[in-house]
Design a protein around this ligand. Structure first.
Ligand SMILES: Cc1ncc(COP(=O)(O)O)c(C=O)c1O
Length: 386
């Protein structure tokens, strides 16, 4: 009898040209400068500045006393993170999850029925499609447009009223375009949410990485105008993706937020997915977060300005304006992103993301990570310019 797998997992596993070229470099053991790296643990940051492993050695770890929302002390630490930003969040509004991806899954289960639509930005984070598919939902893309800086195309968003979306995702700042929500955009998002009974999912994993003094980096965790789920976690804030801890903050009109919490509690109770040691360690880690954030921020900021400097003499190359995050998008006149990426890898041993992966409209965009140590980053970008 043939095995019956679900239709939703009938993916096409064939490799694209870029992946094939990368495999062949690996087989031949040719070193590649990886300008797609998004894993901070491989980027030579000084992890001794936060007492990581000390905090995991806690005698309380031998006891299992699960709480569907996460241990209170850990949620209180998350509340203090927002209090530091002058946003009042109570531990009762917080749900811990093992990753931001899992937080999306909880919310998709909470909000959508089979076949429902979720709105997400384009250009944007490619994993949304997969996460939605896995929950039998589909993503519809509203547009961000570029005129010196990125902004929400409010007409494009308004066009989606008719499809009765079940949630609107906004990434603050967006990956990979690096734009934060302006005051006007907040209004537009709240208005759309109220008009269409469509809760907001605000992904703030990169919120603390703003290289324009931080003024733009305003969290939505205190948003009470419409039902809002604000997501963040330590994979980016502390550069610790391996520790697996993220959270959802529920805010909005009282009744809607309370009902959302009641339902989310059942979903979270069915999983209880966050490990006890990491929850006990969280207060100490978050206490020390500023040293980690400043180290990562100064790296990405320096690399972004280095990128502007290196590309400035090249008339065909434009770095698209960004205010924060870990990535930069480059527009290179006349290229076709995938072909260019393959050629770059084959001829120069440099790996970049073709823009199509993030759903850029134009074919002439590539995306690079700003996380690599400065000297490697500079070498990689110089090879791209060659
Ligand atoms: C916008 C955005 N959200 C969520 C994530 C995933 O975060 P986590 O590692 O907590 O699942 C990423 C990872 O790069 C991301 O870019």
């Amino acid at each position: 009898m043939p095995l019956n797998f679900s239709d939703r997992t009938a993916w096409n596993h064939s490799q694209n040209a870029l992946t094939q070229a990368l495999e062949s470099k690996r087989r031949e053991q040719i070193p590649v400068i990886d300008l797609t790296v998004s894993n901070p643990t491989l980027c030579e940051f000084d992890y001794t500045k936060n007492p990581l492993f000390q905090n995991l050695n806690d005698t309380q770890n031998k006891i299992y006393q699960p709480n569907p929302q996460g241990l209170l002390a850990a949620r209180e630490a998350v509340a203090r993170y927002y209090a530091d930003k002058n946003i009042e969040v109570s531990p009762g509004q917080i749900f811990l999850t093992s990753s931001t991806s899992e937080a999306y899954t909880y919310l998709f289960r909470l909000l959508g029925n089979v076949g429902d639509k979720i709105l997400a930005p384009s250009p944007g984070y490619p994993l949304f499609d997969t996460l939605a598919e896995l929950n039998d939902l589909s993503i519809q893309k509203y547009a961000l447009c570029y005129e010196k800086t990125w902004r929400l195309d409010d007409q494009s968003l308004a066009n989606f009223s008719e499809i009765r979306p079940k949630a609107l995702i906004w990434v603050n700042p967006n990956n990979p375009t690096g734009n934060f929500a302006s005051a006007d955009e907040r209004e537009i998002l709240n208005h759309f949410s109220l008009q269409n009974s469509c809760p907001l999912i605000i992904d703030e994993v990169f919120l603390d990485f703003c290289w324009e003094g931080g003024a733009k980096a305003k969290s939505f965790a205190g948003n009470k105008k419409s039902l809002t789920f604000t997501l963040s976690g330590i994979s980016k804030i502390l550069g610790l993706p391996q520790m697996k801890l993220s959270w959802i903050v529920v805010s909005g009109p009282q009744e809607a937020a309370a009902e959302a919490c009641r339902r989310l509690e059942v979903i979270a109770d069915a999983h209880l997915s966050v490990g006890t040691p990491v929850q006990h360690a969280l207060p100490g880690w978050l206490e020390n977060r500023k040293v980690v954030i400043s180290e990562i921020l100064s790296r990405v900021q320096k690399n972004y300005f280095e990128l502007l400097k290196i590309t400035a003499p090249h008339a065909k190359v434009k770095v698209l304006n960004a205010s924060g995050g870990w990535y930069a998008a480059l527009k290179i006149d006349g290229i076709q992103d995938e072909k260019f990426g393959v050629r770059l890898l084959k001829e120069k041993n440099v790996l970049v993301h073709p823009g199509y992966l993030f759903d850029f409209d134009e074919e002439d965009v590539i995306v690079v990570s700003l996380l690599l140590p400065g000297e490697q980053f500079t070498r990689g970008i110089c090879r791209v310019m060659e």
